[in-house]
Ligand binder design. Structure first.
Ligand code: ATP
Ligand code: MG
Ligand code: MG
Length: 543
């Protein structure tokens, strides 16, 4: 394996380069529609397009907003998309484009199609057009307007633009083949009337180009050589080609690859928007969402997402990627980079009865056993410490190597303690345990547990997450995906953290020993940290 991945798309580009195709140029683009936040599926396309743009001599990748559908697009999405692409580590340089900047050119192309009898203005309604289109087994029916003289179509098209008609009164259709086995070629609609305000062009336009037309010609206008898109567009390719051929403009090549699918989530903007708009989650960046902004907030690193995309690779076969792979990539990255800290999620007080009442000392703790350069820190210790409730059992099985009456355990970095007593309230609930400590502490014992000093600990809010969906393929299930939401997928606890955590700033990532990786949330206030558990330590990725 070299520095760059290998896949069938890069093989095609290599061949094109060897043959001197496209004058030796390689130009790709990432063309999101600004109608939602980017999700991790988009990351695959970003890594591929920008990756190719970085790989070849003189190559580049255009960042292009495919903003041709005014109704659900917004500047908020434009900004979030740019921030997410940057965060992932890619740079479009000067190559930031908007398809809406081509509206005039696209309009002129449409007039040319009409003059060349390659397009006509049709007065059928949307329902009629659907009806006339036929089915896979039945040829379509020609519209009575199909042979409208070019002059007449031209006049109507200009009046469409001038705003003389209401939404839906007319459309512009390509004149291709109503009997084509490919339904996309049965005189597809190229333009529709939509009296709507556009986030960039305002009220300049009341006709808007359809996706296939706008996309093909935007690629051509920008001199895109390899237009990489997902497999659903395979049978749109003949229309993509037709638009460029009919107009005799620069020819780009569309190549399809399989989209990323990830278990336990949904990767479709439509569904994600529904989750946000109906309040099933707190927002696009709710840490349970698969959007890049949510993954960032939760504590995912851009490196781990790029690593996953590279491991999944680019192919033409549709597969389902295990969420466990993404988590595995994250753990590998954070294991190397995240400083260790101690925090106790569900505290149980331990009183060390043979330790001086007002005594205190500090122990040196290693910040990252994987990276010596990260050094050590001092953690305070005293007569009372908190340990995890789970790390104590009054009546444990033989193989429980943590704390229990009469048993000895090591407090990490500190000393050995032996449980001598259990204190309960009237209801029989354990309120604290008493131990004695051994200042020598040289012996080896089976169990080591984490802890924090009760006198020094700070309260930290911790948000624990489960998968948002109870099934591995919520979008593919027979049950509506909204009914598969795990309503208990967020749990908030007030934990006890070592004092160093008071200084945490939003975005800081740590491993809390034995508990997982955590990231300070954007809700963090000075001296009042809020942490998201990004992931636990247990890696379930098996390969
Ligand atoms: P969605 O299907 O989630 O609504 P979309 O395809 O409509 O997404 P666009 O904004 O049009 O969203 O997508 C921009 C680019 O990202 C397109 O080239 C698209 O093919 C690609 N893309 C979207 N989803 C995925 C995915 N799951 N895997 C790989 N590429 C994707
Ligand atoms: Mg789209
Ligand atoms: Mg889509």
């Amino acid at each position: 394996a070299g520095e760059f991945p290998t896949d069938f798309i890069r093989s095609i580009i290599n061949e094109d380069q060897a043959a001197g195709a496209y004058d030796g140029r390689v130009v790709t683009r990432f063309p999101p529609e600004p109608n939602g936040y980017l999700h991790i599926g988009h990351a695959k396309s970003i890594c591929l397009n920008f990756g190719v743009g970085e790989q070849y001599q003189g190559a580049r990748c255009h960042m292009r907003f495919d903003d041709t559908n005014p109704t659900r697009e917004d500047i908020e999405y434009v900004e979030s998309i740019l921030a997410d692409v940057k965060w992932l580590g890619f740079d479009w340089g000067e190559n930031l484009f908007y398809a809406s900047d081509y509206f005039e050119q696209l309009y002129e192309y449409a007039e040319q199609l009409i003059r060349d009898s390659n397009a006509y203005v049709d007065s059928l309604t949307a329902d009629e057009i659907r009806e006339f289109r036929g089915t896979l087994t039945e040829p379509g029916k020609e519209s009575p307007d199909r042979n409208r003289p070019a002059e007449e179509s031209l006049d109507l098209f200009r009046r469409m633009r001038a705003g003389e008609f209401a939404d839906g009164e007319y459309v512009l259709r390509a004149k291709i083949d109503m009997a084509s086995p490919n339904l996309n070629l049965r005189d597809p609609v190229l333009y529709r009337i939509r009296h709507a305000e556009h986030h960039r062009t305002g009220k300049d336009w009341c006709i808007y180009p359809m996706y296939d037309y706008a996309h093909s010609l935007s690629d051509s206008i920008e001199g895109i050589t390899h237009s990489l898109c997902t497999l659903e567009f395979e049978d749109h390719r003949p229309l993509y080609d037709w638009c460029q051929e009919a107009l005799g403009v620069y020819r780009s090549r569309q190549i399809e690859f399989a989209r990323l699918n990830l278990t336990h989530t949904v990767l479709s903007k439509r569904r994600l928007r529904q989750l946000v708009e109906e309040g099933h989650v707190a927002g696009w960046d709710d840490p349970r969402m698969p959007t890049l902004s949510a993954l960032r907030r939760r504590g995912y690193t851009p490196e781990s997402i790029r690593d996953m995309c590279e491991r999944v690779g680019v192919a033409r076969r549709n597969t389902m990627t295990e969420l466990a792979l993404l988590e595995h990539c994250l753990r590998e990255d954070l294991n190397r980079r995240a400083p260790r800290r101690m925090a106790v999620l569900r505290p149980l007080k331990v009183v060390i009865t043979n330790y001086p009442e007002a005594g205190s000392e500090t122990f040196e703790a290693i910040n990252n056993p994987e990276d010596e350069t990260m050094g050590t820190r001092c953690v305070p210790f005293g007569r009372e410490v908190y340990i995890e409730r789970d790390d104590f059992m009054e009546d444990p099985p033989r193989r429980f190597y943590r704390l229990a009456p009469g048993r000895e355990v090591r407090l990490r970095y500190a000393c050995l303690i032996t449980c001598t007593d259990v204190v309960k309230d009237e209801l029989g609930e354990i309120v604290e345990v008493h131990c004695t400590y051994d200042p020598e502490s040289r012996r080896r014992v089976r169990g080591t547990i984490h802890w924090v000093s009760a006198a020094d600990a700070i309260p930290i809010e911790i948000r624990l997450y489960d998968n948002l969906f109870t099934e591995s393929d919520p979008a593919g299930s027979e049950t509506d995906f909204l009914d598969l939401i795990d309503r208990d997928s967020l749990e908030k606890v007030i934990a006890k953290g070592e004092p160093a955590l008071a200084k945490a700033q939003a975005g800081d990532r740590f491993q809390f020993e034995r508990l997982g990786y955590f990231c300070a949330d954007t809700d963090t206030q000075p001296e009042a940290p809020v942490f998201n558990r990004t992931t636990t330590l247990r890696d379930t990725w098996a390969r």
